[in-house]
Each structure stands twice: as C-alpha cells, then as structure tokens.
Design a protein around this ligand. Structure first.
Ligand SMILES: NC(=O)C1=CN([C@@H]2O[C@H](COP(=O)(O)OP(=O)(O)OC[C@H]3O[C@@H](n4cnc5c(N)ncnc54)[C@H](OP(=O)(O)O)[C@@H]3O)[C@@H](O)[C@H]2O)C=CC1
Ligand SMILES: CC(C)(CO)C(=O)C(=O)O
Length: 333
C-alpha cells in the first residue's frame, strides 16, 4: 500500500512522518512556506520525549504532482473547512478506485467525500499534535503517539481498513478496524465541541462551565436525532492511558487554538459546534450555546484576534439573559 497525505500539518505531518519512519511509501501534499521547508530540509518531527529528527519525506505541492498508482490510499488531513478546496485540487487526478480516508475531526467530511468517491473511510483521530512553524510537527504523547481506529463510511469494514490499520500499527500507532466507526467519531465530536472555547476564551472555571453546556446540548441533539454514539465509558476504555503522558503540551492548545495562533484566517468550528447547531435546527432542539460559541470564534478569526481573549463569563451571562428573555425570570418559572 502506498500513501498520499493531503494536508501535512499536525496530524497529516505526524502520521505521514511516522509511516515514513517505518519505511512505508508515502508522499506529503503540502503548500506555502511549509512545503518550501519540507523540500529544503525535510520534515522535522518531534515524538514524545524522543530527540527531534529530520526525515526526507517526499513532498509535492499539488495532487497533480503525485505519481498515482492503483494501490494508493489517500489520507485527507486538512481542516474540515478546507476539505472542499482540497477535493477540488484532488479529484481531477484521483484514480477512481483509490480509497479516501478522512483523518479529521468532526463528522461532516465523510459525507462530502462520498459524493465524489466510492470508497470512503473514516478514522477517529486521537493524537495530540501541533504544527506551529513551517517544517516542524510535534506529537505530544510520550506513550502511544496516536490512536487511529478506522472503518468504512457509513459503516462496515473491508480489506483497506485492515491493511491501513496494520500499517499504522507497524508504524507504532494504535489502530483497530471498527464497523461502527461513525459512532466513535460522534463521541469524539462531543469532545471537540470544547475546541472553540479553548481557542477563543480565557481559560478557567467559566470556560469549563461553558464547555459542559456545549456538550450537554450536543448529547441532547444527537439523542434527539437518533444518531448512534459510542458510550463515554467505552470511549474511555479504548483510550485508557494510551496517549499519556503528554510532553510540551502546556503551551499548545487544541487544533482550533493552533489555527487562531497561526492566524490561518479560518477555523473548524462550523464543522464541530456547527454540526450540533445544524442537527438542532433539523430536529427542533435549541442549541444556543453552540451557536454563540461558533459565532464568537468566527468573529475572533475574522478580526484576526488573539486566542484565549474572550470572557467565558460574559458568554455565559449572554446565554442566561437570552434564556430569561425567552422564558421569563427564573423566579416566575
Ligand atoms: N492537531 C491536533 O492535535 C488534532 C487535530 N485533529 C484534526 O485533524 C485535522 C487536521 O488538523 P491539523 O493537522 O491540526 O491541521 P493543520 O492546520 O495543522 O494541518 C492542515 C494542513 O493542511 C494544509 N492544507 C490545507 N488545504 C490544503 C490544500 N488544498 N493543499 C495542501 N495542503 C493544504 C494546511 O496548510 P495551511 O497551514 O497553509 O492552511 C496545513 O498545513 C482536523 O480535522 C483536526 O480537527 C484531530 C485530533 C488532534
Ligand atoms: C482532543 C484534541 C484536543 C487533541 O489535541 C483534539 O482533537 C484537537 O486538538 O482537535
């Protein structure tokens, strides 16, 4: 199996670097100053407590430059808001039988991919990683570097799932094929509802309370929509302490925090909090907290604000005021 990783940042660069390190044939598709650094010096990869090493991973600037073969698998690792543009670059060059694997958070990408490609697979990405300067990717777990279970979208398993999982394991990551992979990705979605608060808000108790509200809304919406979600207990069992301990993580936030810090000009919240808002609208469940946080983070990005500068207490106040306006003061209820 050959791999093409489209989007060579924290996750794509990290997984691609580990596959390359294990001797598997892989090409990174990157762009801008990151591509220039990869071509000039190679991929600088930090894994847990290991010393940084530089790997000469083949890197190209576009799917048109890939030497495509039928035994290739594409790992898509751009942020969800970048998927449509990445697909537009990819599709004219992609052989029809080549499977596309979403190595992304959220649950919106797979459906988008299936519109264009017959063989779509999903990975639940548990991999605390960062990419904050061109050429450099850091994997923060000093335990197992990543936990990447895989299955076919919308469900089921085939030989590709088994082969990719085996290659990921050969490269030191944890990966099992799972026929119900989207149930696992919906559980992960609930966790990622907190990314926007991590990116936008001053950390503290109020931020934690706000994240709880986002997740409560998310749980309600997914239940009302009758979407299968892996239980929190099963998710916890699967993770255990695999991705621990974390190193050099304190100064680095979630993937959404990284987008704001790098001033990429876009952020994934419409596909994380926005997924809950969308489902809420479809199923008649109010989702004011996810909507407020989604709007707040998009606004921060638009005005090129700094991460972690919005008051979570103020957002909670606005949510409570809106509830009182709709339902009357708490005393009269
Ligand atoms: N970082 C983490 O710890 C984790 C991230 N995830 C998920 O993984 C996915 C990827 O996130 P992450 O790795 O953090 O994101 P990054 O921004 O670090 O990496 C994405 C990379 O793709 C590049 N890119 C975007 N569009 C294209 C294109 N058309 N052609 C070539 N390159 C392109 C970006 O370039 P540019 O910088 O120029 O935009 C960037 O280098 C997301 O869904 C995220 O939620 C999941 C678990 C953990
Ligand atoms: C779980 C977490 C926070 C790991 O870094 C993540 O998925 C992300 O950063 O998007």
């Amino acid at each position: 199996m050959r791999y093409v990783v489209l989007g060579a940042g924290a996750v794509g660069g990290g997984v691609g670097g580990l596959l390359h390190r294990a001797g598997l044939p892989i090409t990174l598709v990157a762009r801008g100053s990151h591509l220039a650094a990869l071509r000039a010096d190679g991929l600088r990869l930090r894994v847990g407590r290991e010393p940084e090493r530089t790997w000469p991973v083949p890197a190209v600037g576009a799917p048109s430059e890939v030497d495509w073969t039928d035994d290739t698998v594409v790992l898509l690792a751009v942020k969800s808001q970048q998927t449509a543009a990445a697909l537009a670059d990819l599709l004219p060059h992609l052989p029809p039988e080549v499977p596309l694997v979403s190595l992304q958070n959220g649950v919106s990408n797979e459906r988008t991919l299936l519109r264009h490609v017959e063989h779509v697979h999903a990975i639940t990405v548990m991999m605390p990683a960062s990419h904050l300067e061109p050429g450099l990717v850091t994997i923060h777990s000093a335990g197992t570097p990543a936990l990447l279970d895989i299955g076919r979208y919308p469900d089921g398993l085939d030989d590709v799932d088994h082969a990719v999982a085996a290659d990921l394991r050969a490269a030191g990551m944890a990966s099992e094929p799972r026929a119900d992979i989207m149930a696992w990705k919906h559980r992960k979605l609930l966790m990622n509802l907190g990314n926007a608060v991590d990116a936008a808000c001053v950390p503290g108790e109020d931020a934690a309370t706000l994240v709880d509200r986002l997740r409560l809304e998310g749980e309600r919406v997914l239940a009302e929509a009758r979407i299968a979600v892996t239980s929190a207990a099963d998710d916890q069992d699967r993770r255990g302490e695999l991705l621990r301990p974390l190193v050099d993580r304190d100064a680095v936030g979630s993937s959404s925090w990284q987008s704001v810090s790098r001033r990429t000009g876009d952020v994934e919240t419409d596909h994380l909090n926005g997924e809950i808002v969308l489902l809420g609208r479809l199923h008649g469940v109010p989702t004011p907290a996810n909507e407020l946080v989604r709007r707040t983070l998009n606004d921060l990005v638009r005005r090129r604000g700094r991460p972690r500068t919005v008051s979570a207490a103020e957002l909670l106040r606005r949510l409570d005021d809106a509830t009182e306006t709709h339902e009357g003061p708490a005393t009269s209820r």
